[in-house]
Design a protein around this ligand. Structure first.
Ligand code: FE2
Length: 279
């Protein structure tokens, strides 16, 4: 599935862009299912505002509980000072996570694609385990930025083994908040780790290497159906959505079952719900 040119590009850059990976019908099915989950969601007391700009809010119980569930997280700007929604609920949800691929049949089908198993194998995951999935809405106008980070900060294994599968469910452009990457940045150190210490979640610094400046980064404007593969150490980010259209993306993260999964990672599967591979 990956020829030697693509494999060397992966080793050099730490990411790969595979256009037309999924047919339009697959994106339509995922989009429809995502909107249905969002519509059925009752914010109630579980309304958890999600923002990577204010990570202390991630300590919300809803995040920990979502490790093996399907939860909706709201945009920070979706509520007024009194906690009332200022946009229709369907446009207020930041993302759905984090066990869509195990709990929802539509996401399960999209995720457990034999071609993804081949890709994971080609990229060195001998025993892939699908830990985490997220449907990111990047809502029109209020869809916030995702700051520079490395996915290995959230899914630490020893040795590092994580790979991200990022699917464009809708076209991603500069205006609506496409991904940005630092080509080759996966050869740098892991800068920080998001850890759970006795129920308190916090980002802890590991290395003072700065995030890349603009000269070293590149936007990935891609069409719906494109798959972007991301090395766990590759610095990446995405801008805010300044357009009138949403920018749906689906991400799936796998680690190698041969590597030791950190007990400090926020995402811990409950007993009897161990992560599975692509089969
Ligand atoms: Fe990421």
């Amino acid at each position: 599935m990956l020829d030697s040119d693509l494999l060397s590009a992966w080793q050099r850059d730490g990411f790969l862009v595979l256009p037309d990976f999924k047919p339009p019908a697959a994106q339509a099915a995922l989009r429809e299912r995502s909107l249905a989950i969002a519509a059925a969601h009752d914010p109630g007391e579980l309304a958890a505002v999600f923002s990577t700009r204010d990570r202390t809010r991630l300590a919300d119980r809803a995040l920990l509980d979502s490790a093996d569930q399907v939860h909706c997280f709201f945009e920070e700007d979706a509520f007024d000072a009194q906690g009332r929604l200022v946009v229709p609920k369907a446009q207020a949800i930041n993302k759905i996570g984090h066990a869509l691929h195990d709990r929802d049949p539509v996401f399960d089908r999209y995720s457990r694609d034999p071609r993804l198993a081949s890709l994971a194998c080609a990229l060195g995951l001998e025993r892939p385990l699908l830990l985490q999935s997220m449907l990111i809405f990047k809502q029109p106008r209020i869809g916030g930025e995702v700051v520079w980070h490395q996915d290995a900060s959230f899914l630490a294994t020893e040795p590092q083994s994580g790979i991200g599968f990022w699917f464009a469910i809708e076209d991603a452009t500069l205006e609506n908040g496409c991904l940005w990457v630092e080509p080759g940045g996966q050869r740098g150190p892991l800068r920080e780790r998001y850890v759970n210490r006795d129920g308190r979640l916090a980002m802890e610094p590991l290395d003072a290497t700065p995030w890349p400046d603009a000269a070293r980064t590149q936007p990935l404007e891609v069409a719906a159906g494109t798959l972007v593969l991301l090395h766990g150490l590759l610095p990446h980010a995405s801008g805010p959505n300044r357009s009138a259209q949403s920018r749906l993306a689906y991400t799936l993260h796998a680690v190698d079952g041969r590597a030791a999964y950190s007990p400090l990672n926020w995402l811990q599967r409950g007993a009897g719900f161990a992560p599975r591979g692509f089969a």
